[in-house]
Design a protein around this ligand. Sequence first.
Ligand SMILES: [Fe+2]
Length: 124
Amino acid sequence: MAGTIAEQHHHLRTLLTEIEAADATAVPALILELKDALEKHFADEEAPGAFDDIVRTNAANVSPRLVQLFREHAYILRKVNALAGDPDPRARDVLRLVQAIRLHETNEMELLTDALYDDHGGSG
Ligand SMILES: [Fe+2]
């Protein structure tokens, strides 16, 4: 998946909605697409100059949350890898993964918002 991080987020959201609505026979191919998309997306987010700069420059007090977000990347990749290649993944596991990714992205958005609008590394 190419594009900016914002475009990747849009693509991921579309993909997650497709997976939720998909017929069981269509899910394995979508999971493989999701795996590729997440690998690229997380690598881009973790690259120097992406989130780390925003967070460090604007609010030093949010950086532990960034560490936590990057840990979640590893966790989510493990989960998607476990499902990728399974010809008939359990619907419950697939939905859990979709929810985990949505929650992660929500937390990420909150962190970025806090980093941009909080005072600069202060107690706030
Ligand atoms: Fe993201």
